[in-house]
Write a protein that binds this ligand. Structure first.
Ligand code: GLC
Length: 538
């Protein structure tokens, strides 16, 4: 029998930031053996795949997103053998392993760039993007780096500028060069041959740049306080013509292996995001849907709009996905508070599509503020208010020193949250009402109800502006999700006559059978209700 759905459609992805998960060798930095030792936890939690942020050799200017060798493991994290062992142990537990693939740029310390900068005629020169200075000697155009300042860096030796959309230590590769493409495709094969289950592809929207290097237009909506680089619209840097041919090639390569997935990091508005599925669904399996991490307001009505807009925009048969947080964005429990974060966890795990969970969010972990002097993130060094260090703090395993992330007496690379004694895996495992047990219960219900993995999605109209209600339906099974995004009690009305069985409340107390005509929700409560078969029309 052929499998009707792939694992990346029914499964749940868990993102691990390897530096911060578990330090097994006492150097204050997480590593691969540390991750391997927690696979049973992940299985217990109930996720299906792990995505690792980069584990490759790197001078760590951007914490592994600046790579010096695409086919090896940084000694901080372990060895290639450790990676193979992790892969094998994950597979033994029926967990998939997804790696981060960073095709847009290398480290400036990568041997390719070292060669390229030797002379204008070096055979690797065209692997990167070089331009002559403007007539006044300044940068070739007005493009900004996403990490601050100009996107161009002058190279004294060869008297040209090179392009870096991110840090000055992350020169952009020239994807118009065929050798670059083939070399990067070989990198993908290297890992796929080893058995990895797919890639989360970094910074995809900027892979190609305007061939004429035209100036970017000024952003009329920019105001002081907004990130510097958003002063200009990235018109000639983002989503350029030619991208889809590359995506198709990447996909064809991936399809030549069985059951692998491509997930794309694409910060794009919906109308520009959807084409990345490919006209024939032959590009990215899951272009990340970042609506929940970029929404300026967090209210029932805006959330509903986001969901409906996304559902309506999806090409036929394209598989949806949802993200609440990642290593670049404020944690959900900080953004919306812990009470609403519970509700939001229910939202993430009951919407139609593949959810990606960020490590620690299952505990209700919050951002850990830190003084500028302790910041590592290159963004934070320039602009402390945008530092991503706070969202990358060590995983909180237990109430012992350093939250069990690294041995007592060792200084973790980033400070541990001050409330770790309350919010940690060990403590929460013993509290049936904890954030962790809610997440686990949601994952459990999701796994055992095809309605939640495969069912259709439909919003249910509400009078109350603070409630978001929807139903999921699969064959003759139906689930209702009712979420109250206010601190006050609310009543929602459902067009059903019969009764429903409350599978889960975010408040941790299950209420059994309830009448569906009028459902009472406490402040910040979410209910997941299975509709009784006899309540279904016809
Ligand atoms: C992506 C990564 C981010 C990194 C950047 C440059 O946005 O998620 O962490 O800094 O790419 O590689």
């Amino acid at each position: 029998m052929t499998q009707p759905h792939f694992w990346w459609q029914t499964g749940v992805i868990y993102q691990i930031y390897p530096r911060s998960f578990l330090d097994s060798n006492g150097d204050g930095v997480g590593d691969l053996p540390g991750i391997a030792s927690k696979l049973d936890y992940l299985r217990w939690l109930g996720v299906d795949a792990i995505w690792l942020s980069p584990i490759y050799p790197s001078p760590m200017a951007d914490f592994g997103y600046d790579i010096t060798n695409y086919s090896d493991v940084h000694p901080l994290f372990g060895t290639l053998e450790d990676l193979d062992a992790l892969l094998q142990q994950a597979h033994q537990r029926d967990l998939k392993l997804i790696l981060d693939f960073v095709p847009n740029h290398t480290s400036d310390e990568h041997p390719w760039f070292q060669q390229a900068r030797q002379s204008r005629t070096n055979e690797k020169r065209d692997w990167y993007i070089w331009r002559d200075p403007a007539p006044d000697g300044g940068p070739p155009n007005n493009w900004s780096s996403r990490f601050g300042g100009s996107a161009w860096q002058f190279d004294e030796q060869t008297e040209q500028y090179y392009l870096h959309v991110y840090d000055v230590k992350q020169p952009d590769l020239n994807w118009r060069n065929q050798e670059v493409r083939q070399t990067m495709f070989d990198v993908m094969r290297f890992w796929l041959d080893r058995g990895v289950d797919g890639f989360r592809v970094d910074a995809l929207e900027v892979l190609l740049k305007d061939e004429q290097f035209r100036d970017n237009p000024v952003n009329p909506l920019w105001k002081p306080g907004d990130p510097f680089y958003t002063r200009l619209l990235e018109h000639y840097v983002v989503d350029q013509p030619g991208m889809h041919d590359i995506m198709q090639e990447m996909r064809a390569l991936t399809e030549s292996y069985s059951q692998r997935v491509l997930i794309g990091e694409l910060y794009l508005p919906l109308e520009r995001l959807m084409p990345y599925y490919g006209e024939q669904l032959d590009e990215i399996h899951l272009p990340f849907n970042f609506q929940f991490v970029t929404m300026p307001t967090w209210e029932a009505s805006t959330i509903r709009q986001a969901v409906e807009g996304y559902e309506a925009a999806l090409p036929q048969e394209a598989w949806p996905n949802w993200v609440l947080g990642n290593h670049d964005r404020t944690r959900i429990a900080t953004r919306v508070g812990r009470e609403q974060a519970r509700l939001t966890q229910m939202l993430l795990l009951t919407l139609r599509g593949t959810p990606t969970c960020y490590y620690g969010d299952e505990l209700g972990m919050q951002d850990v503020p830190l003084p500028r002097a302790l910041m590592h993130d290159p963004v934070g060094k320039n602009h402390p208010e945008y530092s991503r260090d706070p969202v990358r703090s060590p995983m909180q395993w237990d109430g012992s020193a350093n939250a069990g992330f690294c041995p007592a007496g060792v200084r973790p690379w980033l400070p541990v949250a001050s409330d770790y004694q309350t919010f940690n895996v060990a403590a929460e495992q013993h509290d049936p009402r904890s954030f962790l047990m809610l997440t686990r219960a949601l994952l459990d219900v999701r796994r055992s109800h095809s309605t939640l993995t495969l069912g259709s999605y439909q919003s249910v109209e509400q009078e109350s502006a603070t409630c978001f209600v929807y139903q999921r339906q699969y064959a003759d099974q139906r689930c209702l999700v009712a979420l109250n995004f206010s601190a006050h009690d609310q009543v929602v009305t459902l067009p059903e006559q019969g009764q429903g069985h409350v599978l889960l409340s975010t408040h941790g107390d299950c209420e059994g059978l309830i009448p569906l005509s009028e459902v009472h929700l406490r402040g910040n409560e979410g209910l997941l209700i299975e509709v009784e078969a006899s309540s279904l029309p016809g």
